[in-house]
Ligand binder design. Structure first.
Ligand code: GAL
Length: 420
């Protein structure tokens, strides 16, 4: 009798279990991203841990290559072969591109349940939505226009801080060079030239010029004397990098500043993630300073878009991941590691360092001054074929002795062609 009871009870238990596992598929997400450097890997590991702690199964698909060009190539081929990853690191207008093609899943029910309209700043919401539907979630706000400097090397030529104008930048770099120190750590990849270029456009031209040239693609701005001055400055910077820059990854350039092999790097604050991952202390081992500009701030918001996939486990995985990403706790943990600041409103910066606090203060000041602008180099301002046209010219100029006049001519031509 007892035995029968037990068997019956066990049977009930088994069938209950079976029903439960049908109703609640294990949330699973294949995540395609390009966060493979030291700091980036630590940050993405925090996301994976959070996802797993909430019962998710994480399938990691990293594609090495800063800036994400290689990852985007992999994404295109995966979608073409009908095998889209569930969650993809995707940004800016590229989100709209994929949404237009009907490739993205909408996240409106999570958005509603979590009140995203109240916690995501409106300017970021518009990037995450397509025709009013949420199709992506923001992870952070990176700032692009930073100088990362080695204070010991600056001190060798009597400098106590990073330069505040481009003339000061050149004067300091000349002194460093004369003292046998590589002034600028740089990696020779198209997106890295573009990163430096856009900070010079912002600095020499001002926020309004940046908007006209790199967002509105205004022909007069593109062919202006100001743009020629930008290429002159790029030529100067070319003279401040070491001979081994071609092909170098951005994080190796950051390591040069860290190790005392070069004095400064112009790079977004993912570079801070590298310093922190190596145990370096801001203000002591390295200095963060904005590249010279009049209250400019070039923003780069990382986000994840959810591609159309089938299977309850995958759909559940996308929802769980999206919910966690926008969550307050995750936004703090992740951004402390990544070097960026939270994309969610109201996350206190108490635990963040002075560079992050400066980022937020400068962001607010830039918003007031009309200097809060999308990064062209990091896919926030233009669709890929348009930014690609600009980046090609910037790359060709940096790697040849092309004059500024010719660079400007080519820039206008390339943009016109790409617009057609
Ligand atoms: C940017 C991305 C950052 C950082 C960087 C270097 O485009 O937004 O998160 O990872 O590339 O890989």
């Amino acid at each position: 009798m007892n035995l029968r009871k037990t068997i019956l009870a066990t049977g009930v238990a088994f069938s209950a279990l079976a029903t439960a596992s049908f109703a609640h598929a294990e949330p699973t997400a294949e995540v395609l991203h390009w966060w493979t450097s030291g700091g980036e890997a630590k940050a993405v590991a925090a996301l994976k841990e959070d996802f797993e702690a909430h019962g998710g199964k994480w399938v990691d698909s990293p594609v090495a290559g800063g800036g994400g060009d290689a990852a985007m190539t992999v994404l295109r081929s995966r979608v073409l072969s009908g095998d889209a990853p569930a969650a993809v690191q995707l940004k800016g207008p590229a989100i709209q591109d994929w949404a237009e093609q009907g490739a993205l899943a909408d996240l409106n029910d999570v958005a509603e349940a979590e009140g995203w309209d109240k916690v995501i700043p409106p300017a970021i919401q518009s990037v995450m939505k397509y025709e009013g539907d949420y199709v992506a979630v923001p992870v952070n706000i990176h700032r692009v226009d930073w100088i990362w400097a080695n204070p010991e090397l600056l001190a060798k030529v009597g400098a106590t801080e990073a330069p505040k104008t481009w003339d000061e930048f050149n004067a300091l770099a000349d002194k460093l060079k004369a003292a046998g120190i590589t002034p600028v750590a740089h990696g020779g990849q198209p997106w890295q030239y573009a990163t430096v270029f856009e900070t010079v456009v912002l600095g020499l031209g001002g926020p309004e010029f940046y908007q006209q040239a790199l967002v509105d693609l205004d022909e007069d701005a593109l062919k202006s004397d100001t743009m020629k001055a930008v290429f002159d400055q790029m030529r100067k910077i070319r003279g401040y990098v070491d001979a081994d820059f071609p092909g170098r990854d951005w994080n190796l350039a950051t390591a040069m500043v860290m190790n005392g092999d070069a004095a400064m790097q112009i790079m977004g604050d993912w570079a801070k993630g590298e310093f922190l991952a190596a145990g370096k202390v801001p203000g002591k081992d390295f200095i963060c300073s904005a590249t010279p500009s009049e209250h400019g701030y070039l923003f780069n918001v990382d986000s994840f878009a959810m591609f159309n996939v089938s299977g309850d486990d995958k759909v559940e995985g996308q929802k769980l991941l999206a919910e966690l990403i926008v969550g307050e706790k995750f936004q703090e943990t992740f951004n402390l590691l990544k070097g960026s600041i939270p994309a969610r409103l109201g996350v206190a910066l108490d635990k963040f360092d002075d560079c992050a606090k400066k980022s937020e203060a400068d962001l607010l000041a830039a918003q007031d001054a009309g200097g809060f602008l999308p990064s062209m180099a990091h896919g926030m301002a233009l669709r890929g074929h348009l930014s690609g046209a600009i980046v090609d010219v910037v790359t060709a100029h940096f790697n040849s002795d092309m004059s500024s006049d010719e660079a400007v001519e080519r820039l206008v031509e390339a943009v016109e062609l790409a617009k057609d």
